[in-house]
Each structure stands twice: as C-alpha cells, then as structure tokens.
Design a protein around this ligand. Structure first.
Ligand SMILES: C[S@@+](CC[C@H](N)C(=O)[O-])C[C@H]1O[C@@H](n2cnc3c(N)ncnc32)[C@H](O)[C@@H]1O
Length: 288
C-alpha cells in the first residue's frame, strides 16, 4: 500500500494490515463465492438487502438506480457536507496507492461524477474508462470534465459492474470507490474485475467499512444514523435515499470478510488499509 501513509495525516490513517483471508459466514453471499457464480446465481430465488430491508434480489438494481437518480444533482455537494470534506483525502490516498503513470490504462467502475478519474488524470495517469450504471451520474461527470478542461484521456461508459461491457485482459488497473456495496451480486462484480484486468493488473476498492476504534464507533454511529439522513432531508429534500446510503454501509462486509471475497474471486496479494479508523478502507489485490 505504497504511499497511503505519506499523504494523509496520521490521525486519518489508524491501521495498516495484511489479511490472511479467513473463512466467514456471509449468508446468501457466501453461497455464490466461486468464479463460476454466474452458473449458480439465480436472482429470482435469492434474497438481498436494500439498506436494512430484505428484498428480492431482482428488485435491488432498480431500487439502487432510483437512489442515484434522486441524489445525482446534489451528489458532490452532499459528499462534501456529509464527510466534512474528508472523502477528498480518502480519494487522494486511494490514488496514491494506485500510483498512476502515463502508460496506465484504468477502468473506474461505479465512477459516478468522475472524482477518481479526474484525480487519476491529474496525477499523471494515461487513460481512464469511467463505467457507471447510472446515466444521470455520468452526465454530471461529463459536465464536470468539460468545466475542468479535461477533453481527452477519458471515456464514459454506461454499464453494470456485474457485466462490464469490455473485453477481458484489457486494463492495467481496476478501481471502484463507494460503489460495490450497492451492487446486487458483489461476487459477480469481483469476478468481472478479475476478468477485465490483464495479468499483473492492480485491483483497488475504496469502500466504507467497520470502525475499529470503540470511541470513534459510537460517535460515528450516532452521526451517520441520525445526522446524515437529516442532512439529506434538509439539503437534498430526500431523507429516504440518504437513509439507504447509511444503512447500506452497515450491511457491507467488514475488512476481513471483504478480503475473503476478493480472494475468492481469484485475485492475489490481498491487503487492506484502514482510513480514519476504518470508517473507510482501501482494499488492494493483484491479478497474477
Ligand atoms: C456512492 S456513488 C460513488 C461515485 C464515485 N465513485 C465517488 O466515489 O464519488 C456509487 C456509484 O455507483 C454506481 N453504481 C451502483 N450500482 C452499480 C452497478 N451495479 N454497476 C455500476 N455502477 C453502479 C452508482 O450509479 C453511483 O454512481
């Protein structure tokens, strides 16, 4: 996890660990952990979660899409307000771990309004394909790119993380930031990451995770479960979508569980780096 520590103040990065990919019970997810999960995956027969609610897996994608349709116009403002700007530091640390260079060809899945793509290009990256299932988010990203004067080195693609519309062995790096917890079948999305990476390619995922400091956990729980939906109501007039976003964080596997899922997708050298005491975590792995 080269460089992550360099970029953030110590208080923001509390813990660095390499995981040994333990086995864990993940309920419905764990049953689909092989690389062949597409064969065994039958969404109709399965349940999934939408925040704290249990729903039919087939309904999840539509519900998630409607959340991001609703939040798209206020997404960047709300990100700054909700995280007090700290998401920018997390994303900088993420890009630092990626270590962009002019020959690097990146796919950023669930790239939304383009934060990761822009930081990648600004840090010397070669080419980025932003793939997102939601056109409203992509369109805001395109506008931002024009405003920033970024006209080359970036492609925008409408597509699902579970079925990426790109050939195998294509990219030097695969990033996904705050997206994967919204995906119906995360195993399938990880398997897709493995497929589209070329051998030697780097997988990086930035996602909310389990807070590892008890005192911080209490404050964070109170803040996220009460203040964030309230902020969503006041600023974006949409308490429901922001409640989903908070609940989906609680549902997401913890650091070790998610590391196991990455390992099960066939990626190697799986590691993670906690940011801000585990509020967010960078997961790193390689296609060998
Ligand atoms: C919380 S936003 C993160 C956006 C951006 N990566 C960032 O860090 O600011 C999650 C994004 O994931 C996208 N998304 C959700 N489910 C997806 C899926 N199955 N495939 C591709 N993108 C998806 C949403 O449309 C949304 O743009």
């Amino acid at each position: 996890m080269k460089g992550g520590k360099r970029l953030l103040p110590n208080v923001l990065i509390i813990q660095v660990r390499t995981t040994l990919a333990p086995s864990f019970p993940l309920g419905y997810d764990a049953r689909m952990k092989s690389k062949n999960n597409k064969k065994s995956y039958s969404p109709k027969a399965r349940k999934n979660h939408f925040g704290f609610s249990t729903i039919n897996a087939v309904d999840k994608a539509k519900k998630v899409r409607s959340v991001f349709d609703n939040v798209a116009s206020q997404y960047d403002l709300m990100n700054d307000l909700m995280s007090l700007g700290i998401h920018r530091l997390w994303k900088s640390a993420f890009i630092d771990c990626l270590d962009p260079h002019p020959e690097m060809n990146l796919i950023d899945v669930g790239g939304g309004t383009g934060d990761i793509a822009f930081k990648f290009l600004e840090s010397g990256g070669g080419h980025v394909t932003v793939c997102d299932v939601n056109n409203k988010m992509i369109n805001i990203g395109k506008e931002r790119a024009i405003n920033k004067g970024i006209l080359t080195g970036i492609d925008w693609l409408n597509g699902d993380a579970e079925k990426l519309p790109v050939p195998e062995n294509t990219f030097d790096a695969f990033t996904t930031a705050f997206c994967i917890r919204n995906v119906t079948n995360m195993e399938c999305a990880l398997s897709e990451a493995h497929r589209v990476l070329r051998p030697g390619g780097h997988f990086l995922c930035l996602e909310f995770s389990e807070v590892v400091l008890p005192v911080l956990k209490k404050i964070y729980d109170t803040y996220s479960l009460n203040v964030l939906p309230w902020l969503g109501k006041i600023v974006a007039n949409d308490e429901k979508s922001y409640r989903y976003l908070v609940e989906s964080i609680r549902r997401f596997p913890n650091q070790n569980q998610f590391s196991s899922m990455i390992t099960n997708a066939g990626l190697k050298k799986v590691k993670y780096l906690n940011l801000s005491g585990g509020i967010a975590t960078i997961h790193s792995a390689w296609r060998i």
